[in-house]
Design a protein around this ligand. Structure first.
Ligand code: HEM
Length: 216
């Protein structure tokens, strides 16, 4: 990808209201719950399938510039539980970002297993599907893990497909491909769920400040 010669000058006509400028991510803003989660994870005696439920909070952040590059985005927190246990089944934080100028969509993923990933794809406002991928072994849109995981559960790729539905809900399928020590075949660690909105996201801080200033 060619980047501009001037890597420092930031855009000056930045719209402050993130919720109005999220493009293909606008349908993700808000507070969501999904009660029909299905997880397939690696256990010593083979794949384990578990049912789960989750709550996802996606809140708008202020517009973010890297010199001339401008992102609009959401900060998210995913918290997953199962009917059988009180302890968290999975927890995940990060950002969903969209670059209007190029259609680049990013999802950063940080999980408390000592692992981070940055997945990338492209989409336009109104698209009903998002497809993003991260691949181990590259510093652009890669995966980094603690030593134990690198040796015991090497995480080779992560893809997520999000489908938006006409009723305002959405679904995802995330596929994390693992090379488990002592196993010859790659393990497909699949998670999927359907999310329904249970609350609205408020404005990003800058939009709130501008709104107050306009009230005068
Ligand atoms: C809703 C999403 C997810 C759920 C419910 C989930 C759940 C699980 C569960 C139950 C295990 C088996 C180990 C254990 O019992 O703790 C596991 C293992 C693992 N997960 Fe996930 N996971 C999810 C998403 C992800 C994502 C997005 C990644 C990475 C990008 C990931 C990476 C791993 C790795 C590396 C392991 C192997 C570690 C081990 O088995 O000890 N998971 N996951």
């Amino acid at each position: 990808m060619d980047i501009p010669d001037d890597i420092f000058t930031e855009p000056d006509d930045v719209a402050p209201d993130t919720l109005a400028n999220l493009g293909p991510l606008s349908r993700l803003a808000g507070i969501w719950e999904g009660h029909r989660g299905v997880d397939i994870n690696p256990k010593a005696d083979g794949p384990e399938q578990r049912a789960y439920y989750e709550r996802i909070e996606m809140h708008p952040i202020d517009p973010q510039a890297n010199g001339p590059q401008l992102f609009y985005g959401l900060r998210y927190h995913v918290h997953v539980n199962t009917p059988e246990e009180d302890i968290a089944f999975h927890d995940q934080v990060g950002y969903w970002l969209w670059e209007p100028a190029t259609g680049l969509v990013l999802q950063t993923v940080a999980i408390p297993r000592g692992q981070v990933a940055i997945a990338a794809g492209h989409a336009a406002a109104g698209d009903m599907r998002l497809e993003l991928k991260a691949t181990r072994g590259t510093s652009e849109y890669g995966i980094c893990s603690t030593t134990f995981l690198e040796q015991a559960f090497r995480t080779d790729s992560y893809t997520i497909t999000v489908d938006f539905h006409d009723d305002g809900s959405w679904s995802y399928v995330s596929d994390t491909v693992l090379t488990v020590r002592g196993q010859s075949e790659p393990f497909l660690h699949r998670d999927r769920n359907h999310l329904v909105k249970v609350g609205e996201a408020g404005p990003n801080p800058l939009a709130e400040i501008v709104r107050e200033q306009q009230k005068g």
